[in-house]
Ligand binder design. Structure first.
Ligand code: ADP
Ligand code: MG
Length: 697
């Protein structure tokens, strides 16, 4: 927004220098335009009464009319709470008070009906409100009408009467004054196709809602616009890049045919086949591939990687695979070497611990083209590592590598930028992937190889430990192996380590007949390897470890994963750990051990793990719990610049906006059509004021 929208906020009637300066400092609002975009973060809806069955997590403060069935005091001392069990004609819920219990007890009557006002929250299946406001139902209080925007503000602003109401007053001054000049920022076609209301009307509704339906449409329109421009910029970036960088044509399938005919140990899943096709289409296209492959643990990414490697080598190129840790690089090397040997292809491992003499040979064979597949860690990025013709670079576990490192890989071939495959086992909700990796094409392996038995997951409390030990004993008797994992968090390292050692001792006492392995981050790398190997060979039955085993470790005979202090782990970490079992033909189990008292979020995490094995569903819950700001990589993505749209809640709108942006670029790549001029203008405007957009490229 420009012109009048650049006017400094202190010039607005009723603001003035003092309040203006405070708005600058406290809310980063400098101009009329920024004030207009200080959207309410919620509304207090005093017009509607919700039924218990209509409650949802999306809702902020709501009103429910319900009758008291029973009132009870639960707990003792500081943990005492008052619970009123209430109901309406659609269901039951609970009202809870932790403070001021006596006062509430005096006010509330079993059998009476009240209007409760509060934020609904769900525990298990049951809805509840903590510390709701309440008043008895009367004929009068059902007809009131106020629908209030709530603005974020600060203590200092409040002290100058700029509380939520005060900010609303500023907008009452501003909006009518500029209304006729608010430009439309979307094209008529998009407005029509997605049934969006106009920009000026949206701005008016968002600040002064006249009815919930129109408000919803205003919010939808503004969210759509934010996502639309985010996606449009990402897509334009992608277009520029694919046009700029020619790709080596890797289209031969000679080796692949041989591999399929004579060596492949299993039939590919349909998902694997599809992803291979998608990558192959890119590699032979003459454009450079930038593709992200997402696949849950165990979905068979290694095989997909190997097939792409074969395609590249068939066409005379070399390949490399970079992993974030040495353990992982080793694992990949072991896995791929088996296949490479079948095919008579030379493969090597390059990590920090490879000796100088061996390195020299690797460097030589890379340059003369003899070495076809190089697996390694960051060591691959060193300048001395030069290929004759690097055609395909695979990066595993992308989120641990920075964009700068990806760029270093690109520079390894002067004629063509190598095709890049990024593989990640951390499922990211599709919506987030679209934004985080919006400049990459995304393939998803959404199917596990046939015959896998879903891992059974249970949640047990510390007091059940003896039973859990009994279960471990039975499984070992059946010939299985067991992981027992302890948290090791840097901040409490000493305590955690003690916890781990204590655990190890009690396990040793409980299972004197079985040899144990122990692995933790404090051990030297060869000691770790030695212990790991004993477990891999089946010499030890129980592996006591910290999360160092989180990624990559593959011991099919291990069928039980016990996670101690499970409440302290994040969801994606729990899921990764669980993925260490369920790799063989046997039924596998995951036992989440925790203390009895859990925070709400911890309980949701553990319940989610018990409910589902689906990494994407888990990632969705994770996103909802933590919000996108906390997830890896989001800081660089522009997500944090979103004013109204919310990635964790507005996925459907994001999808629409992405489609719209795609369609627009397909029809009018240069945005030259007159109808699209508002979009072109907005893109240019945003480029000028681009806060930090350049960071993404
Ligand atoms: P990821 O790296 O995706 O976690 P892996 O590539 O390590 O998974 O594969 C897990 C296991 O499944 C490996 O033992 C692999 O040999 C096996 N596997 C992969 N694809 C198939 C398939 N199509 N059919 C049967 N087993 C498969
Ligand atoms: Mg793997």
């Amino acid at each position: 927004m420009s012109g009048i929208f650049d006017t400094r906020i202190e010039y607005l009637k009723g603001v003035g220098p003092q309040k203006g300066e405070l708005l600058n400092k406290e809310l980063k609002i400098f101009t009329y335009g920024e004030m207009l975009q200080h959207y309410p973060f919620r509304y207090e809806d005093r017009t509607k009464f919700f039924k218990v069955r209509e409650l949802s997590d999306e809702l902020e403060t709501v009103q429910v009319i319900a009758r008291i069935k029973k009132i009870e005091l639960i707990g003792m001392g500081g943990k005492k709470r008052l619970v009123a069990h209430v109901f309406d004609d659609t269901g039951e819920m609970e009202m809870t008070w932790f403070k001021g219990i006596q006062w509430v007890q005096r006010k509330i009557l079993a059998g009476a009906a009240y209007i409760f006002l509060g934020k609904p929250a769900q525990y298990g299946r049951k809805w509840s409100m903590a510390h709701p406001e309440m008043e008895p139902v009367t004929a009068a209080n059902e007809t009131r009408n106020n629908f209030q925007p709530v603005y974020s503000t600060t203590e200092k602003l409040r002290a100058k009467f700029l509380d939520s109401r005060g900010i609303s007053k500023i907008l009452e001054q501003l909006v009518p004054q500029v209304y006729s000049q608010i430009p439309e920022t979307l094209s008529p076609e998009i407005l029509q196709q997605y049934q969006l209301i106009g920009k000026p009307e949206s701005i008016r509704q968002i600040h002064f809602p006249t009815d919930p339906n129109l408000l919803n449409r205003a919010r939808k329109r503004l969210k759509f616009e934010e996502f639309f421009y985010l996606q449009l910029r990402l897509l334009m970036l992608k277009v520029t890049r694919t046009e700029k960088s020619r790709g080596q044509v890797l289209g031969s399938t000679e080796l692949l045919t041989d591999f399929y005919k004579n060596h492949i140990p299993f039939e590919l899943t349909n998902a694997q086949k599809r992803v291979v096709r998608e990558a192959f289409t890119d590699m032979k296209s003459g454009k450079q591939m930038n593709r992200l492959i997402q696949g849950d643990v165990g979905s068979g990414k290694t095989m997909v990687a190997f097939i792409c490697i074969l395609i590249a080598i068939s066409s005379g190129a070399q390949t490399c695979l970079m992993a974030p840790t040495e353990i992982l690089a080793n694992q990949h090397y072991a896995g791929l070497k088996e296949y490479a040997d079948m095919m008579g292809l030379k493969i090597a491992l390059l990590t920090g611990s490879v000796k100088k003499s061996a390195r020299r040979i690797i460097h030589e064979e890379l340059l003369n083209g003899e070495l076809k597949i190089l697996i390694g860690t960051h060591a691959l990025l060193e300048d001395v590592v030069q290929f004759q013709n690097l055609g395909l670079a695979i990066v595993d576990e992308q989120h641990r590598f920075g964009v700068a490192q990806r760029a270093k890989l690109w520079a390894k071939n002067e004629e063509y930028i190598p095709h890049v495959l990024v593989m990640t086992a951390t499922p990211i909700p599709r919506t987030l992937a679209m934004t985080l990796y919006g400049d990459l094409d995304v393939s998803v392996i959404d199917e596990l190889p046939a015959g896998r038995k879903p891992i059974q997951t249970v949640h047990r409390y510390d007091k059940d430990r003896l039973k859990v030990f009994g279960f471990i004993r039975e499984e070992i008797k059946k010939g299985r192996q067991v992981y027992i994992v302890y948290p090791l968090i840097e901040e409490s390292e000493t305590l955690d380590l003690k916890n781990l050692m204590d655990g190890y001792e009690s396990i040793a006492r409980a299972f004197p007949q079985y040899p144990l392995s122990i692995v933790h981050g404090g051990m030297k790398s060869d000691a770790k390897d030695y212990e790991m190997q004993r477990f891999v060979k089946g010499e030890t039955k129980i592996m006591v470890a910290t999360t160092v085993i989180e990624v990559g470790v593959n011991v099919p005979n291990a069928s039980v994963m016990i996670i101690e202090n499970a409440e302290r782990f994040g969801l994606s970490q729990l899921h990764q750990l669980r993925g260490r079992v369920g790799r063989g033909a046997e039924q596998s189990y995951c036992v989440l051990m925790s203390k009895y008292e859990l925070s709400k979020d911890s309980r949701i995490r553990l319940d989610t793990m018990v409910r589902t094995n689906d990494g994407f569903e888990i990632a969705d819950v994770d996103l909802r719990l933590r919000g996108p700001g906390d997830l890896m990589g989001t800081q660089q993505s522009g997500i944090t610049d979103l004013l109204i749209a919310d990635l964790s809640k507005d996925a459907p709108i994001l999808t629409l906006a992405r489609d719209a942006a795609q369609q627009l670029l397909a029809n009018d790549p240069e945005l030259t059509l007159p109808d699209n001029s508002p979009i072109l203008r907005q893109i240019r405007q945003q480029k000028k004021t681009a806060v930090n957009w350049s960071r993404i490229s």
